[in-house]
Design a protein around this ligand. Structure first.
Ligand code: HAM
Length: 436
């Protein structure tokens, strides 16, 4: 009979293990995101991984909705694993945090779940740092979200990243004027998000849009470029007769002016740009690097979501940075983040009788903030030193009878292959100020 204990298990498709080096890199990027949050005044909140299906499904758009890990819990509630943070933040702002003074600047960091087709940079469990700025309808707020995204990309060491920016108000402004219901608009924008412009146009046509509008849309989806004022002028000319769309272009222009006065960014404005999520009402943007054809970050303005969840009408804008995609981009650009090398120490007793002393000295060093790995394999000094060498441990403390009788140990600088006798009370200082 098969012994169930002998069975080996594989990972579930779309999931990954992060081994120490990758885990360290993921956490380092999280640390950078937390630092950016501090610099821009964002406070971290922690929301649950499991939320009600209804909340998450409300405005995420067909694409994400169809890919949710949704199930009934044992109490019969329909729940899902969060595919993004924005719905949870909007829920909080509509309920528990409804009386908080505005603006509210909130940060979420954690794992998200989407049943996407696994491929390079696309996983079913992934990580985001998500920033939301709630309570302001002003272009300064949109500009801040773009600027902090730039700061994060810069601080992790990315090179050659670029922003793609558009405004859903432009296309929606045109489609609303043509009498298209929100549902048909959503479907058309979903198709545009996937760059299926022909299908989008035929959907718009079937929904009753005029020939004039179709010609306009055909022209519109081709308007893009990095000469910002030229692109904006072309857009303005095209939508002259569509008041809401015209105002949307103006709003985009205001935001871009604020951004470019504050920082020099690589920006492409794309008039036919759409994003899969349905809650956007204003500017939308994504960040790309030339080495990958997937976005490293995505965001935009969503002025009606909080209200939809029963809160006060509350304008909001935000962004989510794909932490694992940033990791991938750094690897592709051969610009890996480096941990600020801490001086670690290995403590080795020369005999079993000194194990207790080795532990005591290790605790003293840790108390001084020095990371210590203590020998726990019962190896002889030579073997343990070999191991320290293999791991690249810069310092080794050898605990021996003779030195100990004088309240001292041997401190060995592994790189220089030099050693000296150091009093225990001076050990931490000697390690910190080394080499000696
Ligand atoms: P999103 O564009 O769906 O926006 O996701 C943001 C980022 O998460 C993407 O640019 C990508 O880097 C990463 N991401 C998404 N799906 C995957 C995946 N399957 N594997 C790896 N990384 C992935 C949002 O989530 C919005 N909530 C952003 C937002 C915040 N808008 C306003 N506030």
């Amino acid at each position: 009979m098969e012994n169930p204990a002998m069975k080996t298990f594989k990972m579930v498709r779309g999931m990954r293990d992060f081994l120490p080096e990758e885990a360290e890199m993921l956490r380092l990027i999280e640390d950078k995101a937390r630092r950016i949050a501090q610099l821009y005044g964002y406070k971290e909140i922690i929301t649950p991984v499991v939320e009600s299906y209804e909340l998450l499904a409300a405005k995420t758009g067909e694409e994400v909705r169809a890919r949710m890990y949704a199930f009934k819990d044992l109490g019969g509630r329909k729940v899902a694993l969060r595919p993004e943070f924005t719905a949870s933040v909007a829920r909080l702002v509509a309920t528990t945090m409804r009386n908080e003074p505005k603006p509210l600047r909130l940060l979420c960091i954690g794992s998200l779940y989407r049943y996407d087709e696994p491929q390079k940079g696309r996983f079913r469990e992934f990580w985001q740092s998500n920033f939301e700025l709630i309570g302001s309808e002003k272009p300064e707020a949109d500009a801040e979200i773009i600027l902090l995204t730039n700061s994060l990309m810069k601080s992790v060491g990315l090179k050659n990243y670029a922003f793609k920016i558009g405004h859903v108000g432009v296309l929606r402004g045109i489609l609303s004027r043509e009498g298209l219901a929100e549902d048909a608009q959503n479907r058309a924008l979903q198709l545009m998000d996937k760059k299926q412009y022909e299908d989008a146009l035929s959907l718009v046509k079937d929904a009753g849009a005029s020939e004039k509008c179709l010609t306009l849309l055909q022209k519109m989806v081709k308007v893009r470029g990095s000469n910002i004022s030229k692109v904006l002028n072309e857009m303005k000319k095209l939508v002259e007769k569509y008041k809401e769309a015209y105002e949307a272009v103006n709003n985009l222009a205001e935001i871009l002016e604020l951004v470019s006065e504050a920082q020099k960014l690589d920006i492409t404005v794309d008039a036919g740009f759409a994003r899969g999520l349905e809650y956007y009402t204003g500017i939308i943007f994504e960040v790309y690097v030339p080495e990958l054809d997937i976005a490293l970050a995505g965001g935009g303005r969503y002025d009606r979501l909080v209200e939809l969840f029963g809160g006060e009408p509350t304008p909001a804008v935000g962004v989510a940075h794909g932490i694992d995609r940033i990791m991938l981009a750094l690897q592709e650009q051969k610009a890996p983040l480096k941990f600020q090398g801490e001086k670690t120490v290995m403590v080795i007793p020369v005999s079993e009788a000194l194990n207790q002393e080795a532990l005591r000295i290790s605790e003293i060093l840790r108390g001084e903030g020095i990371p210590v790995e203590v020998e726990v394999m019962g190896r002889k000094v030579a073997k343990a030193l070999e191991d320290a060498n293999r791991r690249g441990t810069p310092y080794v403390v050898i605990v021996g009878e003779r030195e100990l009788s004088e309240g001292a140990v041997t401190l060995r600088n592994m790189e220089k292959k030099e050693q000296s006798t150091v009093k225990i009370e001076e050990l931490a200082k000697a390690i910190r100020t080394g080499p000696h």
